[in-house]
Design a binder for this molecule. Structure first.
Ligand code: SAM
Length: 269
């Protein structure tokens, strides 16, 4: 269990793991396509984040695992400053380029491990992270780090897609996710996300769960070009267990649709 006062030794966890390679490979390949993707720019997801974590003028905000900085750039419109950290250099390159193109001079980015940064204690008024928890092997490290860098009374907002509480359903979805993108580690249930926030010493002030639909074949294409992986995914899809609510694929006239369940938690530090 972690506490907000606990500072992890600055061990670069990511350097110790084969998972680092998977993250770097996946997101170097996906950097440009993710930046332009429907899911990265979907207004309902961005609004869910910004509604409860809109910075006040002059505030300092932090985005963990910021990818191409889609959220950082939105936060920058009202924050005093925004700093983003991401493990993948190709993502940070795009984040810097996009911020420069938008003439944002209050946003900075650096390559780093969001579970063990060298950012100062209580240095930010708010922190946000989206679609990162499911890539992180020990998510309590991410929660502890977010709690550490935000000042008492500040905001922490975390959005990710959920896993089903049913173990079979969860494993089935995870198999497909990992075949498509080996850097996917594990999606969590909303109960587990609430527990992680509580263990990090955070008080939940708002939560929201909502379905989100995306083009399944576009999602697949962004993740893998391996025909073997695609064949195995088709086999898995045909063998869906009961109780899968958080990951479902249906065929509509426009093509195959992937339906995920998004969840956002907003905490006060
Ligand atoms: C699906 S992308 C989401 C990017 C961004 N959060 C967004 O929603 O626009 C996941 C990102 O998490 C980053 N990532 C994964 N593990 C990380 C870690 N331990 N520290 C920093 N970044 C990490 C990857 O490099 C990738 O850019």
């Amino acid at each position: 269990m972690s506490s907000p006062g606990m500072v992890y030794p600055s061990v670069p966890y990511m350097e110790q793991s084969r998972h680092t390679h998977d993250i770097d490979q996946a997101f170097t390949n996906q950097a440009a396509s993710f930046n332009a993707s429907a899911v990265a720019n979907a207004s309902e997801i961005l609004e869910a984040i910004l509604e409860h974590s809109r910075p006040q003028r002059g505030e300092r905000w932090y985005e963990a695992a910021c990818g191409p900085g889609v959220i950082s750039r939105r936060l920058a419109a009202s924050a005093g400053s925004v700093h983003g950290v991401d493990a993948t250099a190709a993502m940070i390159e795009i984040a810097r380029r996009e911020a420069a193109a938008a003439e944002l001079d209050n946003v900075t980015f650096e390559v780093g491990d969001a579970t063990a940064t060298s950012l100062p204690d209580a240095g930010f008024d708010g922190a946000v992270t989206r679609f990162s928890v499911h890539h992180i092997q020990v998510p309590s490290r991410l929660f502890a780090e977010l709690a550490r860098v935000v000042r008492p009374g500040g905001t922490v907002a975390i959005l990710d897609h959920l896993a089903d509480p049913d173990a079979d359903a969860r494993s089935w979805a995870q198999e497909i996710e990992r075949l498509r993108d080996p850097s996917h580690w594990a999606s969590l249930s909303d109960a587990r996300l609430r527990e992680l926030g509580r263990d990090a010493g955070l008080d939940l002030t708002h939560e929201q769960r909502f379905p989100f639909e995306l083009d399944f074949d576009d999602w697949l294409e962004r993740g893998t070009d391996s025909q073997t992986a695609r064949d195995l995914i088709e086999l898995s899809l045909a063998d869906r267990p009961e109780g899968t609510d958080c990951f479902s694929v249906s065929t509509k006239p426009a093509g195959r649709i992937l339906r995920l369940q998004m969840w956002i938690g907003v905490w006060r530090r």
